[in-house]
Design a protein around this ligand. Structure first.
Ligand code: SF4
Ligand code: SF4
Length: 92
């Protein structure tokens, strides 16, 4: 069986695209799916970075970053991120 590779280059550094702070639900922050974290500023930087929760500290950039980070808007990155993980965004 042939392995499946991502279509983008593997990216190991964070470019502050904001997707992982906006797309997934994060229970430690009571953050719903598809909604930017309240601590994410307009420049997609974390405003509580020194005291961010452990779940955020544990997140490491991987190939998904290469798929989402080049997209032009945060909303586009959110939708791509949700699509990669097969997550459904619901209204309300
Ligand atoms: S998705 Fe990747 S590049 Fe974007 S903010 Fe998160 S770690 Fe950084
Ligand atoms: S607390 Fe900071 S690092 Fe964690 S999701 Fe929110 S903005 Fe991102």
């Amino acid at each position: 069986m042939n392995p499946v590779y991502p279509s983008s280059f593997w990216r190991q550094e964070c470019t502050l695209c904001g997707a992982c702070c906006a797309a997934p639900d994060i229970s430690a922050l009571q953050k719903p799916l598809g909604v930017p974290c309240k601590h994410l500023n307009a420049g997609c930087a974390c405003t509580i970075y020194p005291s961010r929760p452990q779940v955020c500290r544990n997140y490491t950039p991987d190939w998904v970053c290469g798929e989402v980070a080049p997209l032009p808007t945060l909303e586009a990155r959110i939708q791509r991120y949700l699509g990669i993980y097969g997550l459904e965004q619901t209204d309300g």
